[in-house]
Design a protein around this ligand. Structure first.
Ligand code: 0L1
Ligand code: MG
Length: 260
């Protein structure tokens, strides 16, 4: 079947702009597959760029065994964070601008050198990483009830919506990157916790997998200076108007924001 990738990307961009969830693409097109999902994602990126936005970071999704099992897949997915999605630490997100946001804690990598697959390992990526920093990702599926198949969520740019980065950069060689403990509180109550080894054993493996997936789909290397969100350490927690979120990342400080 031939799909109109541009029209499907517009459908998802409009859902984001109107803050109205839509039904899954696969509800109408059961044959829509993962490579169709990435083709829609590519069009979605083009539309955002035509609107004047720029890619700010790469993001990996479904990087925990639990999430992969839930989706019945054995490979993570990737998408893009745009510049307009940035929220300052201690800042606020506006509930009315979003549909049904959830928050999850992650570690981001900033590359000191280009990385390129196929076959690059987590260890090799770590050697080429200049800095790491904590980040809270706010995901907001454009689909009704946050329910979708893998091709749907890839088309929807892996639910990317907002990001709140920590204030300080850290040298990855000063850290056990796979042993960062995170505790996330909402309105003072523990909402989610985890250890960074939940991300494919080590978040560096996730960044390497991104480079390998990019190479596999002919997208080339990931350039020096690029930022990569490596995937969730904690479960994603639903946010409500009025919530105050704080997340402590062991040895890496705290990130907080308010839902207005
Ligand atoms: O960043 C993520 O892990 C999200 C991937 C897409 C799945 C979801 O929206 O829960
Ligand atoms: Mg994420």
């Amino acid at each position: 079947m031939v799909f109109n990738y541009r029209a499907l990307a517009e459908y998802l961009v409009e859902a984001e702009e109107r803050k109205q969830p839509v039904s899954c693409i696969t509800d109408n097109y059961p044959n829509f597959n993962l490579s169709n999902g990435y083709a829609v994602q590519k069009e979605l990126v083009k539309i955002k760029e035509e609107l004047g936005y720029n890619i700010f970071a790469y993001k990996m999704g479904l990087t925990s065994q639990a999430k992969m099992k839930q989706m019945n897949v054995n490979e993570p997915i990737y998408g893009y964070v745009f510049d307009y999605m940035n929220v300052p630490n201690q800042g606020q997100i506006i509930k009315e601008e979003l549909i049904h946001p959830k928050v999850e804690a992650e570690i981001a990598f900033i590359l000191g050198e280009d990385i390129e697959g196929p076959g690059i390992t987590g260890e090799q990526v770590l050697k080429k990483t200049k800095s790491i920093l904590p980040v809270l990702e706010i995901i907001d599926s454009r689909y009704e009830n946050f329910k979708f198949t893998l091709p749907d969520v890839v088309a929807d740019n892996t639910s990317a919506s907002r990001v709140v980065f920590g204030d300080k950069l850290f040298n990855p060689h000063d850290f056990e990157v796979d042993a960062v403990e995170v505790k996330m509180k909402i309105n003072g109550d523990l909402a989610a916790d985890g250890v960074s080894s939940a991300v494919l054993g080590n978040p560096a493996v996730s960044a390497a997998m991104l480079a390998n997936m990019m190479a596999g789909s002919g997208k080339g290397k990931i350039r020096k200076g690029s930022i990569i969100l490596t995937g969730a350490i904690t479960e994603a927690v639903l946010l409500h108007k009025g919530d105050h979120i704080t997340a402590k990342f062991g040895g890496m400080g705290e990130i907080s924001f308010q839902v207005k």
